[in-house]
Design a protein. Sequence first.
Length: 438
Amino acid sequence: MTSLRVVAAVVVAGVLATGTFLLLQDRGGGEAEPARVRLTTPPLRASVLTDAQGTALGEFTGDCKADRYEYLCERVRAELLASGDDSLVTRKGLTIKTAIDPRAQRAAQEAVDRHVHHDDAQVAAQAMVAPGSGEVRALATNRGDALSVQQGGTAMVYPLAAAFERGLRSADGFPYTRSYRAPAYSAFRNCKGENVADPSHTVVNDRREHDAFTTLESGTQAGENTFFLKLTERVGLCESVQMAKRLGLGRADGRPLMEFETFALGTNEVDPVTLAGSYATLAARGLRCAPRVVTEIRGDGGFVRTFPPRCEQVLEAPVADAVTGVLTGALAKSPLKGLGRDAAGMDGTTDTYSSATYAGYTPALASAVSLVHPDGGYKHPLVDVTIGGEHHAEVRGTSIPGQIWKDSMKAALDGTTETSFTRPDAARFGGCRDACAN
């Protein structure tokens, strides 16, 4: 009877490029002749995304349009492309660990789905970012990927921070005016020193409730357009834009921030991750940490690559505390009424209701929520619309986005240790200095 004997040294030496192994077949009497046996090499497994606990979320192929977690997939893809190794996007056999927290992710997704249905015409998107590390804890949409959205009044925090840094105090301000028009072309200059004011353009407030004098505190709480045009004129357009950049804001399309006189009204289109990241800088008392969802990659052959926090102190802590103090009051006096713990936030309603955004934070978590029609907010404003089964005469930042923000933040933080903001330095930032009411 013919037997088959495998000689290891000969097998290794006889591996052919085709994957065929050369074996020795013993015909008896010690004589052997070669025999060919084709072995099938198993294909490499697809790369896998996991959450922070290591639980698999699904495969990652780099083609995000068909992915169940399209928003997460697109963010992972963008970070891998920015890492300097494009092959990580298409390479197989990787385990890509993310910072996604299962609890926060579930809270965000349930809140989005509760207020904006999958088949609604509008797209809602939310991002949660951890202050002090930049870890993206949740990314949720009612469908598809997040859209770039004009941030509206959430941009008012940047000239506000610039004002506190310059030495203004919470009670400094200007006499109230219903409308504003730049006094000259030189009233606003971009960072190139070019005059960009438009004296022919009039900005008005969309609310009529007001006092005779508007302060940093009351103007922020009211989201008063004319006040923030005056404030930007006083502290400087370039200084306001540079403050936004320092805190971590950037346009969704990667282009430089637009530097117009209406910068504080949120004309730049941003994504929720970047917006939440800039607010997380304030929550972390001026420590900016670049938002990141990918924390570690492992692959065959012992391949490991980690993505540690990238942080930098960009704003003096007491200045950040002063901004937080004002935003705490803005949230407390809004229809959202806070979270039952220290929290700060800002309404991001845009001109003509083309989109709506809400952004806010606690010491432990920052979040931003946007809502817009994917075919264009100006063509499809958030006016006389039915979203989530409810009719809205108009959608403001504190309505649908704000409710998503509040519901998700409460659920994500429920049961966690409560932390507190550092109280603003009243001696330095309280009262008024040289722009007081008469």
